[in-house]
Design a protein around this ligand. Structure first.
Ligand code: IMP
Ligand code: MG
Length: 187
């Protein structure tokens, strides 16, 4: 294994998978769907840090029903793509969700391990309902059976960055979603 300082290619050199306009269009559509599904109700959006922060910010502004935010953080698989399978809660919700309508907001539904762990954990708090909104979904990678209720885009088994998503904590601020070059990745 190399211990040299990693180099990070510029995002501008990476192929665009979804433009910021395409992302905005899908986010608005999901916001409208959630607004219709929860008409007259209050909802709690629980973002999974850090990847979902930007999607949550946009989604919340596309939702016209009363809503509050909360955030959780879980251990991620860091620079490596291969997950250990062990998910650990690093930051819990700040406010009780018992009896509330909750939507977990995630950047990518990949193996499903993170969201099935979080779903189980949140259900212990006895919310009135619990749904999942994920910006991306990679169905081919699933190791545990779980589906999101709201998905902006389904993608094949490719590693992506931007719109909150990182490689080694880089590229989260990139406005569109781009394909990370596999040959660069220590996946
Ligand atoms: P899961 O537990 O395998 O479903 O993990 C989902 C998490 O893995 C996401 O929240 C992302 O943080 C991360 N992840 C999965 N695929 C990608 C990717 O293509 N780019 C960046 N992060 C990814
Ligand atoms: Mg994540």
């Amino acid at each position: 294994m190399s211990i040299s300082t990693p180099t990070f290619p510029p995002a501008s050199s990476m192929e665009v998978l979804f433009t910021k306009e395409q992302i905005a269009e899908r986010t608005r559509a999901i916001g409208a769907q959630i607004t219709a599904d929860y008409a007259g109700q209050s909802i709690v959006l629980i973002g999974v840090l850090k990847g979902a922060a930007i999607f949550l910010a946009d989604l919340a502004r596309a939702i016209q029903v009363d809503n509050t935010f909360d955030f959780v953080a879980v251990s991620s698989y860091g620079r490596a793509r291969v997950t250990s399978g062990a998910v650990k809660l690093i930051k819990d919700i700040d406010n009780p969700i018992e009896g509330k309508h909750v939507i977990i907001v995630e950047d990518i539904l990949d193996t499903g391990l993170t969201l099935s762990y979080l779903r189980g954990l949140m259900l212990q708090h006895k919310p009135a309902s619990l749904k999942i909104a994920s910006c991306l979904d990679k169905p081919e990678r699933r190791l545990v059976p779980i589906e999101a209720d709201y998905v902006a885009f389904k993608i094949p088994n490719q590693f992506v960055i931007g719109y909150g998503m990182d490689y080694a904590e880089r590229y989260r601020g990139v406005e569109d979603i781009r394909l990370f070059p596999e040959e660069t990745a220590n996946l």
